[in-house]
Design a protein around this ligand. Structure first.
Ligand SMILES: Nc1ncnc2c1ncn2[C@@H]1O[C@H](COP(=O)(O)OP(=O)(O)O)[C@@H](O)[C@H]1O
Ligand SMILES: [Mg+2]
Length: 389
């Protein structure tokens, strides 16, 4: 936040701005269930920014579900405060509160004797929407979550697990609640479908811009989806709350380190794309350059080959040995890149290609334009640079 902005704002407005930015605030929230002698969640404080995906992760029984259910008041805290949009949850009528909070669980909880369409329309119906408005919304949601219109008249048990999850998400979004709570929603589907559902959720979030609290026990899922990760220990103790990259780069303690596992560096590579790299142009000349210039470029980079570019597009590699024969650069034998990536490729993909092709990889976008070269050193430097940040 720039100082100028905060100076020009009236204190009251400043306060309002804080409210606008934090969608959900947990303040020292504790839950001790009746008949138990320890806290399921103890003095948990957490601020969830509006429009972000926060994942709650931690070992089984650490209080993830309890925390989530205290947000929509399916469970009441023993002490502490839950604020939604700046208002104490306890002051809001429970039905109104739950309508403003979509809830998706692993078992989906679809009504078996109602069609998909009727399931999605659950909340609109209780809100008394007319037929036409409801039907329009159902169609819109089906498209949003990737359900074929032909599925709308089926019953839940006539759908696959992944399709049922999509219905669960559509139903939760029906009345367009600003907040979505998701409790291990993709836990019961196979890994391929899970990956697809995760990708769909990210694409969906681009469009709907909800505040999403997503519970998982899968660190890779948490890293992939989250803007911020809250890592809990047994008893609902918050061990670290940070961005995925910071969690991997700087685990707060031994528990966090152990939870993440040994391949922290490799995991960080999946979070970054080639476009994030200050990647090198590498040994590259225009195809109209002279052979002497081309060899000089290769020599300057310490290699025995040079990349050729014609009007910004990559035109292949040429070897210094061939260039030294004196023929025009355009006539020298060229080879296509053994390995290439796009700017959207993850650094992990780039790294794998470097390891398996024994060469640096060329960055070529979908339009065939050459963006430079990624080497092992550029990848390593990008990870190390942030450690010193
Ligand atoms: N209704 C309940 N009564 C008593 N103990 C409960 C109840 N619900 C959950 N717990 C306990 O609270 C702790 C946290 O549970 P939960 O929030 O479901 O964990 P998680 O979702 O992280 O696996 C666990 O020890 C669990 O046994
Ligand atoms: Mg749970």
């Amino acid at each position: 936040m720039s100082t100028v902005t905060s100076l020009t704002l009236h204190p009251g407005l400043e306060e309002l701005k804080g409210i606008a930015e934090v969608a959900i605030r947990l303040d020292e929230v504790t839950k001790r269930f009746d008949g138990t002698d320890s806290d399921a969640v103890s003095a948990l404080s957490l601020e969830i920014p509006r429009g972000s995906i926060v994942t709650l992760i931690g070992p089984s029984g650490c209080g993830k579900t309890t925390t989530l259910r205290m947000i929509n008041r399916l469970i009441e805290p023993t002490s502490g405060r839950v604020e939604i949009n700046g208002l104490d949850a306890i002051d809001q009528p429970v039905t109104a509160l739950r309508r403003s909070i979509g809830y998706v669980i692993q078992q989906v909880g679809l009504f078996p004797h109602r069609t998909v369409s009727q399931n999605i329309a659950t909340v609109p119906r209780t809100l008394g929407w007319d037929k036409q408005r409801t039907a329009g919304r159902v169609a819109e949601l089906a498209e949003l979550v990737g359900l074929e219109p032909s599925m709308l008249d089926r019953f839940p048990d006539e759908l696959s697990g992944g399709q049922q999850q999509r219905v669960g998400v559509a139903r939760a979004l029906a009345a367009d609640p600003p907040v979505l709570l998701m409790d291990e929603p993709f836990g019961a589907v196979d890994p391929i479908v899970r990956t697809r559902l995760q990708d769909e959720l990210l694409a969906l979030q681009e469009q709907v811009d909800k505040t999403i609290v997503f519970v998982t026990h899968d660190i890779d899922e948490a890293l992939k989806l989250a803007d911020r990760i809250a890592l809990l220990n047994v008893g609902g103790i918050l061990e670290q709350y940070s961005t995925p990259d910071d969690l991997l780069r700087a685990p707060a303690n031994e528990f966090v380190e152990q939870f993440i596992g040994e391949d922290r560096g490799m995991k960080r590579l999946t979070l970054k794309t080639v476009a994030d790299l200050p990647f090198e142009q590498g040994p590259v000349v225009d195809i109209g350059a002279s052979p002497i210039e081309a060899v000089a470029v290769a020599d300057a980079e310490g290699g025995d080959w040079v990349g050729l570019v014609r009007e910004g597009s990559f035109a292949g590699w040429a070897r210094s040995e061939d260039l030294r024969q004196g023929a025009a650069v355009a006539d020298v034998p060229r080879s296509q890149p053994a390995a290439q990536v796009t700017p959207e490729s993850t650094l992990r993909t780039a790294m794998e290609l470097i390891m398996t092709s024994h060469t640096s990889v060329a960055v070529i976008d979908d339009g065939g334009r050459f963006g430079g070269v990624v080497t092992l050193d550029t990848i390593r430097a990008s990870l190390v640079a942030e450690v010193d940040r």
